[in-house]
Design a protein. Sequence first.
Length: 633
Amino acid sequence: MSHNANQGDVVSSFRTEAANEAIPSSPGPPSSPPSTPTKPIVRPHEDVIAASDDEGEDDSDSDDSLEDLSTILGTRRPALAEAGRKPAARDRMSTTETPRAKRTALTLPSSPLTLNPKVHKFDIKALAKAAQVDDAISASSERAKAALESMERQDAAAAHRSRKDTGFGSSDEDGDDQALVGVVTDNAGDDAHKVLRAVRRTEHGGAHTRYCFFETTYTSPESTAPPKIRGPWKILTQGDVPEREQSIASGLPHTLLEATGEIPAEVFEWMLDEICVQSSSLLRMEYCNLMSQSPHPQIEKLLTLERLDELLFRLGASKELQVKDAPLRLIKESNDPYAERDWDCLSSFIVLMSSVGSSLGRGVAAYAAQVFLRLSMDPLILQCPGLLVEYQRAIICLLNAIHSSDWDSFCFETTTVLHTLIRASSTWINMILCLPLHDALAHDLRRRLAIAFLLDEPTLSRGSPARAITMRDLINRLHGPDFAIHPKTDFLNLQSNVLLLDAAIDDGTFSSKIAADDEVIRLSPEAGKAFDEEVDELSDCLRAIWRKINDAGLKLARTEAKGVIEWVQQRLTHLVRTRKKVRKSVFDIDPRTGAARSRAEKDTFLPKQQDYMKRFLQKSSAFKHTDGASEGR
């Protein structure tokens, strides 16, 4: 018995060691508390344990044929689990190995969620593919853009041919047409040229003309060689441009002028030529200062009519400058006939004329004033604010250099010449707008020119504008064909005529500040009332013209014309009238006819209203008397 027991202990010890060797070391459950080891129960190997893994030792009943759970879940069993798998059925009966239950988990539990592979934020292949797609889209866009531009050119050519067939439009308007086609193409598509043609139909006389005082093609001439002189004045002529700037900036030429009293004639002539071509602004300015400080006899001697023409031609003036008895040539207005022209030399010449205007001879000053008036008909002066300021200073100096005894003849001669050269109100108005209002002579000339051009009668400029016309003449002028509204009305000329009308009316005082024998006309109350009625009639005529203009759509010329008409009408109402216009109440209008009631019609209702108020007051006084008597009782 003891032998068997010892034998069992030995066998159990071998089994324990074999089991320890077969089962790999693995971490135990984390939450299992330590327990006291117990002595394993020794069982004979002949005993069969129910529901053990040893049941059914046949290979057909083995669980090894079932698919592993880790394979179904998509996870791979580690090598540790493979090493811990039970041996084959023939080895299970080994006396050195204890059977293990398959239900015992030898690996950690795996997550049933699918493990997505890590995707990089930027993939080189994807970026390369996206770049190829972008290149393809850009190439397609360029092809579509080229096709669209080709279609636009074809449409513009078709529109140009249609304008030629219908007889309106010009090649100078192609830039504006292209801009308008570009605007309406997005909405109108292939019919953009039809929209352009429809807009052109609404703008009759769209090809306007303008006067150009200068040549459109101009090349600045070369500087003349400085005169070779001896003496101290050679500091102005020797050396290059930087050396001359240093010499003239030192102030030595001004000192020489004060010491000698005049500039040498050849140096004076050379400085006149240099003002027209010199690129240095410092030299041009100092040349003007030196010549303006020269004595009057020298200026009058050297600045003659022929010399003025030479300087203007050197600046690029048109060859028609000397024409006085024939209409001038007008060109079709384009975007800019003087493209990229530098006007600094012209500005210096205008400054020189304003400086030496009072020293010019009587005939030279009048001729220079006429030339400047012709220059102002070019829209260039109004388009350049700097030139406009210098021009107004120069024209004031030239007009004030004219003797008072020659003023009326000068105005008549100038008006006659300008009326002969130009017969377009859109060109006249440029000259009128350039004349300043703060100078008496310029203001008077402005009104004389406006009256003569508006009424188409140059002889009206011979006398004072206050006595030349009346308000009734202007009212009758508004009924002329130039102010009629019809489908072929040129609204640019209409706008110019309205501005001429405004300049002819002026402040409405009809007073002359030029002639000494003219007196200020003081209106009596009756005459003032009649004058106000004429002003109201003139304002009503302008209002009627304003109502007839339809400026709906892209009719910009009509919109501008309506704005000018309304502005002049409001100025007449609030500034020209002698008294403020009385406002009309609802009682001043007849509800049956809608017309204003006369004074007699108003008086017919007044007695009835007075009787009604008298009876009402009598009733109220009787009522108060009876109430007082009852209270006394």
